[in-house]
Design a binder for this molecule. Structure first.
Ligand code: ADP
Ligand code: MG
Ligand code: MG
Length: 883
C-alpha cells in the first residue's frame, strides 16, 4: 500500500480530489504544488495509515517507516538539506489534517529536527544566531506541549523570569545569548517534569509527532467535535510533514493569513493580516497585533503600522497574483496561509473559506456575475438554513453576553424586553408601547394574543415542536423553549435561574438562534434583505419544481409570507381564529350546547367573524391557493375549566351554569389528542363544518367580486382515517357549497381534500382519494401517530435516545424518512392510482427543513408549506433538491 504521498518542486503524487485519503490540507498542498505555486516540499501520511494504526492496536503499518524515509529523502533532494545533519539541517513542520477541518485536533509542531547540534548548523547557515535559538526555543515549547503533554505555563514562567532579569518587556528585545540561556532552562524544565531529557534524535522527534497526530484523533475534544458534526470516527486523520520556511528571519520575512474576499460581508477584496518577523502561531496567538494586508484595509482599521502592500510591495504583488489564481482555480473564496522568507513567498495552505450567510450570498452572486460559476452553482453554494441568519434581527456578535439560562433554539432571532408572566400582561404592556418577553412554564392556544404582543417567548418546559415553538416560528417571534433552569413563581411574579431572581419588568434578551436567555439589553443587528438576496432567490425560483406555500392564518403572517415569496397558503388553522376574546365566548357556548339547535345559535354568532377572516386572507392571497383546515383540536381545549369562567359564560350566553358545568364534565377527555377532534367533530356535529364551509365560500365569492383574481379555496378535513368518513365530509362540503352558490347566484372554484396524519389514512390513501382532490401530509401528527410518541411530551426522553444514538435527530424536526417517509411514499403512490393528478403537499414543521424538502422532491409532492419566515429557506432548499 502507498501510505506516503509527496508534494513540492512543481509536482505531487496527489491532488485536490483526494481529500478522503490525504485530508483537506494535504490534498490542497498537493494541488497547489501541481499548479506550480511555491509550496515548501513535503509529504502526506494518509488517513488509511491512521486507520490501520488504530485497527492494529496502535502500531504502524510495517512498510510505513521505509516510505517515510523515502519521502524525506525526496524532500532533502529538492531543498538540498538533510534531516538531522548538523551542518545543513532540514527542518520540518508536522501538521494534522483530516478530511473536514477539525478544531480539537493536534496543534502543528514547527521547526522539528532542531537539537543542540542542528541549531548550530542553522545559526551558521542563516548567519543569524538569534534566529536559530529563537526557532529552537519555539520548537521545544511546542513539542513539549503538543507531543509530551507539558503545560505552556511552565515555559512562560521561565521566559518571564529571564525578561525580568534582563529588564525587557518584548520578545524581540532578547539577544542570541539570551535565547541560548532560555533554551538551556527550557530543556531543564522538560527533564524536571518528565525525568528524561528533551528528545535530541530528529527521528524520535518525527515519530513522536506523527503518533501524537494520530492519537489526537481519539482525544475527547476531537470526539466531541465529531459527534456534534456527524463526522465518522472511521475517517482517521492524515499527517503532513513539510519542510520549514521561516517568517522569523528578520524584517524581510513575515507570516500571514488571507481571505480572497471578506468572510463576513463578502466584499470582493483581499482581506487578512500578517506579521513581520514572526512564525505561524504568532498571528493567532495575539502576542503582537497583526497588520492589515492591504493599504485600504489598514486605512479602514485606522492602523499606523504599514500594510504588507506598503511594507513589501514586490512580494505583495506576487501574492495577489497567486491568490487570484487560487480563487479562479477553486472557483470559490479561499482561506489562505502563507509565509515570506527573506522576500520569498511560500504558500502553506488553501481551502474554501468559511463565511457568514451574508458573505455566502454575496460571494455566490458575485462569482456568478463574474462568470466564474453558473447561476445554478450559485444556488447550490448557499446553505438554506443559513438564510435564517439574514431574516431576523440577531445579536451583535461583539456584544457581551451574560447567560441567565439555556434552553432550545426554538425560533431564531433575538429580542429584548421586559419580563411578563402572562399573555394579558403582555398585551397590556405592548399596548402601552413596552417591549416585553413572555416567560411561561409552557404556552397554550389561549396565550396566542400575548405571544403576538410579545417580542419574544421563553418557556421553561417543552421541546422544538411544543406549542410555543411552533407558534413562535409561525409568527417569526424568537423563542427559547424548554429552558429547564428557569423556575417561575407566578404568584410572586418572579423567576429564578442559576441562583438569580428576576422580577416582572426587569429587562432580558433572548437569543432564539442559540437558545439562550441573557441578562439585560444586548446590542442587535437588523436584517437587510439586500439585492443579492433577491437575486439568488430569483435564480432559485427558476430551477425549483416544488411550490412553496406558507402556514398562516393571520393577515400579518399572510402578508409576511407573500413578502417572502409564498405561492399560497398550505395550512390555515381555523381554530387559531377562535381564541380572540370576542369569539371565544361564542365558541364555548357552541361546544357546551347539548343539542344541535343550541349549537346553531352559537355558530351563527361565530360565522360573521369567520367570514371576515377569510375575506381578509383571500384578499391578501388573491389568485393563489389557500388551504383551510376545518376545526381540528379536541373540544376539550376550548372548555372553560374554572368555575369562575363557567359562571362568566353562563352570564353572557344565558345558559344555566349548573348545566354548563355538567356538560364540561361530560366533554372531559383522558387522551384528547386521540379523542374528539378533527373530522370526528365534523361527523358528530356537521353543523360546525357546515358553518365553516359556508364562511369560506361566501368570503371567496365576495373577494371574487373585487379582486383582480379569484382566490382558490382548498377545503381540508383533518384527521380522516376512513374512505367513508371522507365520503361523508365531501358530500357535506359539496351540499353546503351548492346551497351557498344558489343563494349567491354565482360560483367559485374550490377543492375538497384531507390531511394525511394517521397511518391508516396513508395505507388506505386510495379509498380517501376517491373523494379527496388533494392530500396534505400533516407530518407533525403523522410523526406522532406513527411513532406513538406525544409531541408535547417527547422532550422528556428524546434526549436520552439521541445521547444513546438511537435517534440521530429529533423526528419532529427532521422527517423520519424511513418510517414516516414510507407512509408518505405509500400514500402518494396509492392516492395516484385512483386520482393520477391529485395535488399533494406537506404542511408539518418539516415543510421548512431542507433535508425533508429534498425528500418531498423525490416523492414528487406538489408543494411544501412552512412558517412564513422559513419560506425563503424552503425556496432555496427546493431549488437545491431539484438540481
Ligand atoms: P492549523 O490547521 O491549525 O491551521 P497548520 O498546520 O495550518 O495548522 O499550521 C499553522 C501555521 O503554522 C500555518 O499557518 C503556518 O503559518 C505555520 N506552518 C505550518 N507549516 C509550516 C512550514 N512548513 N513552514 C512555515 N510555517 C509553517
Ligand atoms: Mg492552517
Ligand atoms: Mg394535525
Amino acid at each position: 500500500t502507498q501510505w506516503v504521498y509527496g508534494f513540492g518542486g512543481g509536482s505531487a503524487d496527489g491532488d485536490a480530489s483526494m481529500k478522503n485519503l490525504l485530508g483537506g490540507k494535504g490534498a490542497n498542498l498537493a494541488e497547489m504544488a501541481r499548479l506550480g505555486l511555491p509550496v515548501p516540499p513535503g509529504f502526506t501520511v494518509t488517513t488509511e495509515a491512521c486507520v490501520s494504526y488504530f485497527s492494529n492496536a496502535n502500531t504502524y503499518p510495517a512498510d510505513l517507516g521505509d516510505q517515510v524515509a523515502a519521502g524525506l529523502k525526496t524532500v532533502e533532494g529538492i531543498v538540498g538539506k538533510t534531516f538531522g545533519d548538523a551542518a545543513n539541517p532540514l527542518l520540518v513542520s508536522v501538521r494534522s489534517g483530516a478530511r473536514a477541518s477539525m478544531p480539537g485536533m493536534m496543534d502543528t509542531v514547527l521547526n522539528l529536527g532542531l537539537n543542540d547540534h542542528t541549531v548550530e548548523g542553522l545559526a551558521k547557515l542563516s548567519g543569524d544566531r538569534r534566529f536559530a535559538f529563537d526557532s529552537y526555543r519555539r520548537f521545544i515549547t511546542m513539542y513539549s506541549n503538543v507531543v509530551l503533554g507539558l503545560s505552556h505555563d511552565d515555559f512562560e514562567e521561565v521566559l518571564d523570569d529571564h525578561k525580568d532579569r534582563l529588564g525587557v518587556t518584548v520578545d524581540t528585545d532578547l539577544t542570541a545569548a539570551d535565547w541560548e540561556k532560555v533554551v538551556a532552562d527550557y530543556k531543564a524544565v522538560v527533564e524536571r517534569e518528565l525525568g528524561q531529557p528533551f528528545p535530541q534524535d530528529p527521528q524520535d522527534q518525527l515519530w513522536g509527532a506523527v503518533s501524537a497526530v494520530f492519537a489526537s484523533w481519539m482525544n475527547d475534544r476531537a470526539k466531541f467535535y465529531r459527534r456534534m458534526h456527524d463526522i465518522p470516527e472511521s475517517w482517521g486523520t492524515a499527517v503532513n510533514v513539510q519542510s520549514m520556511v521561516f517568517g522569523n528571519m528578520g524584517e524581510t520575512s513575515a507570516t500571514g493569513v488571507a481571505f480572497t474576499r471578506n468572510p463576513s460581508t463578502g466584499e470582493a477584496r483581499l482581506y487578512g493580516e500578517f506579521l513581520i518577523n514572526a512564525q505561524g502561531e504568532d498571528v493567532v496567538a495575539g502576542i503582537r497585533t497583526p497588520q492589515s494586508l492591504t493599504r485600504v484595509g489598514r486605512e479602514e482599521m485606522g492602523e499606523t503600522a504599514p500594510s504588507m502592500e506598503e511594507a513589501m510591495p514586490g512580494v505583495f504583488a506576487e501574492f495577489v497574483e497567486v491568490v487570484g489564481r487560487l480563487e479562479s482555480h477553486y472557483r470559490d473564496m479561499q482561506d489562505i496561509e502563507f509565509t515570506v522568507e527573506q522576500g520569498r513567498l511560500w504558500m502553506l495552505q488553501t481551502r474554501n473559506g468559511k463565511r457568514t450567510a451574508k458573505s455566502a450570498l454575496k460571494v455566490a452572486v458575485d462569482l456568478a456575475g463574474e462568470g466564474v460559476i453558473s447561476e445554478e452553482e450559485a444556488v447550490s453554494r448557499v446553505e438554506p438554513a443559513a438564510l435564517d441568519q439574514l431574516l431576523h434581527p440577531t445579536l451583535d456578535p461583539n456584544a457581551e453576553r451574560k447567560v441567565v439560562a439555556a434552553g432550545l433554539p426554538a425560533s431564531p432571532g433575538a429580542a429584548t424586553g421586559k419580563i411578563v408572566f402572562d399573555a394579558d400582561a403582555a398585551e397590556k404592556a405592548s399596548q402601552m408601547g413596552d417591549a416585553v418577553i413572555l416567560v411561561r412554564e409552557e404556552t397554550s392556544p389561549e396565550d396566542i394574543h400575548g405571544m403576538h404582543a410579545a417580542r419574544g417567548i421563553v418557556t421553561a418546559r417543552g421541546g422544538m415542536t411544543s406549542h410555543a415553538a411552533v407558534v413562535a416560528r409561525g409568527m417569526g417571534r424568537p423563542c427559547v423553549s424548554g429552558a429547564g433552569e428557569i423556575h417561575i413563581d407566578e404568584a410572586a411574579q418572579t423567576f429564578t435561574a442559576r441562583g438569580r431572581t428576576f422580577k416582572a419588568g426587569e429587562v432580558i434578551t433572548i437569543d432564539g438562534s442559540k437558545g439562550e436567555v441573557l441578562d439585560g439589553a444586548v446590542a442587535m443587528i437588523e436584517p437587510e434583505l439586500t439585492g443579492d438576496f433577491q437575486t439568488l432567490m430569483g435564480w432559485a425560483d427558476k430551477v425549483r419544481r416544488l411550490k412553496v406555500r406558507a402556514n398562516a392564518e393571520t393577515p400579518l403572517d399572510a402578508r409576511t409570507a407573500r413578502g417572502f415569496g409564498a405561492e399560497g397558503i398550505g395550512l390555515c388553522r381555523t381554530e387559531h381564529m377562535f381564541f380572540d376574546e370576542e369569539r371565544i365566548a361564542a365558541v364555548r357556548e357552541m361546544i357546551l350546547s347539548d343539542d344541535e339547535a343550541g349549537r346553531r345559535v352559537a355558530l351563527a354568532k361565530i360565522a360573521p367573524f369567520q367570514k371576515s377572516d377569510f375575506v381578509e386572507l383571500f384578499t391578501i392571497m388573491a389568485g393563489l391557493p389557500v388551504t383551510i383546515r376545518l376545526l381540528d383540536p379536541p373540544l376539550h381545549e376550548f372548555i372553560p375549566h374554572t368555575d369562575e369562567d363557567i359562571d362568566a359564560l353562563a352570564e353572557t350566553s344565558g345558559i344555566d351554569a349548573a348545566k354548563l358545568k355538567k356538560r364540561a364534565r361530560e366533554l372531559h377527555e383522558t387522551n384528547p389528542m386521540l379523542g374528539h377532534r378533527g373530522a370526528r367533530l365534523g361527523v358528530a356535529y356537521p353543523e360546525i363544518y357546515e358553518m365553516q364551509v359556508r364562511a369560506i365560500l361566501e368570503a371567496a365569492l365576495e373577494v371574487k367580486k373585487t379582486a383582480a383574481e379569484a382566490p382558490i379555496p382548498e377545503i381540508m378535513h383533518p384527521l380522516v382515517a376512513l374512505g367513508l368518513e371522507m365520503k361523508f365530509l365531501r358530500e357535506l362540503t359539496d351540499k353546503t357549497a351548492k346551497a351557498v352558490f344558489a343563494e349567491a347566484g354565482d360560483t367559485v372554484e374550490y377543492l375538497v381534500g384531507t390531511m394525511i396524519e394517521l397511518p391508516r389514512a396513508a395505507l388506505r390513501a386510495a379509498d380517501l382519494a376517491e373523494h379527496a382532490e388533494f392530500f396534505s401530509f400533516g407530518t407533525n401528527d403523522l410523526t406522532q401517530t406513527t411513532f406513538g410518541i406525544s409531541r408535547d411530551d417527547s422532550g422528556r426522553f428524546l434526549q436520552a435516545y439521541m445521547d444513546k444514538g438511537i435517534f440521530e435527530t429529533d423526528p419532529f424536526v427532521r422527517l423520519d424518512q424511513d418510517g414516516v417517509g414510507d407512509l408518505i411514499r405509500i400514500a402518494a403512490e396509492r392516492g395516484k392510482t385512483v386520482r393520477p393528478d391529485i395535488k399533494m403537499g406537506i404542511c408539518g414543521e418539516h415543510g421548512g427543513d431542507p433535508s425533508s424538502i429534498a425528500f418531498c422532491e423525490t416523492v414528487g409532492l406538489t408543494y411544501v408549506s412552512c412558517s412564513p419566515y422559513r419560506v425563503p429557506i424552503a425556496r432555496l432548499a427546493a431549488a437545491q433538491a431539484a438540481l
